[in-house]
Design a protein around this ligand. Structure first.
Ligand SMILES: Cc1cc2nc3c(=O)[nH]c(=O)nc-3n(C[C@H](O)[C@H](O)[C@H](O)COP(=O)(O)OP(=O)(O)OC[C@H]3O[C@@H](n4cnc5c(N)ncnc54)[C@H](O)[C@@H]3O)c2cc1C
Length: 330
């Protein structure tokens, strides 16, 4: 990845670009939006952000994206998305939005390298799973460390896995994983769970699930794939090791949307509020993928939302052009 991002200092004069459609984010949502907009000859510009290809580029193998019966590498998949969008005229810029002004059209988006004035904006800035930030986690992500049971459960058939977290999503995902795995050990930093009572009962009574309380993982260890975790009991200070085939981390999920907090309505978790047609409170600004989706969070759903948001933006541009030409005529 070759980033040339720099902050614009006061004596730099930012390069100003007028574009019909600006897409923030180069994950499945952003690149799918780019493909649809490019095929409508809008010459969309995609700002990649810091993570070219988005979250899925972090994983070794994707087996639930249709069209790839043998699976496809996460990075390979988004490379193909990018290539297809560029083939039709999308421009990919290794840059990120740093400030937006959505108070009027064209929308003003400041970036590390310049400034864009965009007739329409698609926000596809995605989200990030909260990390444990322990040694081994980053190195083994996609090789036993996972943040998504729907994505990776299949890889752990008849395996022993560890789950970190004690909220609703940790227990929901654990119960989902019981259909594949041999055993689940939930490691939780407190002596009680935060999840709803019914979920707690189901998890506690499930024969495949057991708990280690008052404990945290301090290291994930493995060569090619995860082999074991180091666990510290935070009340006694005792450290132990537990062999495991996988570590699922469910301690939170944060959309990358703070940049829009002054202009758009966000829900209590930070997801951009949107309609079913992917419109936001501001005409001409659309949202696609995980930035506005707390529910599905998959490559296919994000890509689908990207395509739909681009179709909406194309319709919006057409309608506003027709309106303008009527004003000129009258
Ligand atoms: C390790 C891992 C494995 C996964 N495996 C699977 C799987 O097997 N199958 C599956 O369906 N799903 C999987 N997922 C989930 C899937 O990756 C996401 O649902 C999907 O990537 C969401 O797409 P998105 O485009 O909405 O956002 P993201 O992929 O999060 O992309 C967001 C993009 O926005 C950019 N961005 C952020 N801020 C800015 C800014 N200020 N300016 C410009 N750009 C910005 C980022 O750089 C990035 O390019 C996995 C996720 C992870 C973390």
């Amino acid at each position: 990845m070759d980033y040339h991002l720099k902050n614009i200092s006061s004596d730099d004069s930012p390069q100003r670009n007028n574009v019909k459609m600006l897409i923030l984010g180069s994950g499945p949502a952003g690149l799918s939006a780019a493909l649809y907009a490019a095929r409508a000859s809008l010459e969309p510009v995609v700002l990649t952000g810091m993570e070219l290809g988005g979250q899925v580029s972090l994983t070794n193998m994707v087996e639930n994206y249709p069209g790839f019966p043998d699976g496809v590498g996460g990075q390979d998949l988004v490379d193909l998305f990018q290539k297809q969008a560029e083939k039709f005229g999308a421009r990919i810029e290794y840059d990120a939005a740093t400030k937006v002004d959505l108070s009027k059209r064209p929308f003003k988006v400041q970036t590390y390298n310049g400034e864009y004035l965009a007739d329409t904006l698609i926000i596809a800035t995605g989200a990030q799973a909260t990390h444990l930030d322990v040694p081994g986690e980053m190195e083994l992500t996609g090789r036993g460390v996972s943040y998504c049971a729907t994505c990776d459960g299949w890889f752990f058939k008849e395996k022993d896995v560890v789950i970190v977290g004690g909220g609703d999503s940790a227990l929901e995902e654990s119960l989902f994983l019981t259909r594949y795995v041999k055993s689940i050990t939930i490691i939780h930093r407190r002596d009680s769970l935060r999840a709803g009572v019914i979920l707690q009962e189901r998890a506690i009574n499930h024969p495949k699930i057991k708990f280690i309380w008052n404990s945290v993982i301090t290291e994930i260890i493995g060569d090619e794939t995860v082999g074991k975790v180091k666990i510290k009991n935070i009340t006694t200070g005792e450290t132990t090791e537990l062999p495991t085939d996988g570590v699922f981390i469910f301690i939170g999920h944060k959309p990358n949307t703070q940049l829009f907090a002054d202009d758009l309505d966000l829900d209590e978790h930070g997801y951009i509020k949107r309609t079913d047609l992917l419109t936001t409170g501001i005409p001409g600004v659309f949202v696609a993928g995980e930035a506005g989706d707390p529910d599905f969070r998959q490559v296919i759903t994000s890509a689908g939302m990207g395509a739909a948001a681009a179709m909406q933006a194309i319709r919006f541009l057409q309608a506003s052009e027709e309106k303008q030409s009527e004003v000129v005529k009258s």
